[in-house]
Design a protein. Structure first.
Lengths: 130, 130
């Protein structure tokens, strides 16, 4: 955890930076989550996405409950050194905890948010097993 | 500014949410910036990306200096209602203030960040004219 490439990143006051997960093949933006230093170090080492869960206040190994892991292909950092972009292969084709392909399933149409993606698997099924 | 679709969004304590700009054609993630309520309302009305500049503490009409506007095709909101995704047509093919196509031009290779995109136009040229 002393690697200098981790020091390049401008961690926020809470020690976190936002992370975009983008599907490597399709280019689809799947989700945005957060990482701290430990999460990024483990992600880079294991090539599986590990985030920091702000609600649960602990490391969140993506797919640990649902089985929907993200195999990390590449890791990018933006010009301000404070946002990460991962290209990933999404296991199971479901990134969102609602059971949808992507978390960005609400589209602004006129003055309404319209759900434009179907639920592929109900959340009860996603988290009921294991 | 009283539109209820704006109330759906969980604005942060600072009144902001992160916004991803993705190129509509290529699917390339261009940049991440921030919006407040006013910025999003203007973006939706004008279909040109307007952000909130945290450094300058004012509305930032993307391209106001560089001419590199972003024509907004669609606006998406994530499952937690706290991150926006815009699909845009990037004028000039340069989204980054460094004169690169995208802001995510640093790729992790081993334990080093390597610049993997060329400067298409020097920043002095981007901001020298108007």
């Amino acid at each position: 955890m002393t690697a200098s490439w981790l020091d390049t990143i401008k961690w926020g006051q809470d020690g976190l930076v936002p992370v975009i997960a983008q599907e490597a093949g399709s280019g689809k933006v799947l989700m945005v989550a957060w990482m701290n230093r430990e999460a990024l170090a483990e992600t880079a080492r294991t090539r599986k996405a590990v985030y920091w869960s702000r609600s649960r206040k602990r490391l969140w190994r993506k797919g640990e409950e649902s089985g929907h892991e993200q195999a990390v292909r590449d890791i990018y950092l933006d010009c301000d050194n404070d946002v990460l972009l991962l290209t990933v292969e999404q296991q199971g084709g479901i990134a969102c905890h609602t059971g949808r392909y992507s978390c960005f399933f609400q589209q602004l149409q006129g003055d309404r948010w319209v759900v434009v993606e179907p639920v592929l698997k109900p959340a009860t099924e996603l988290y009921g097993k294991k």
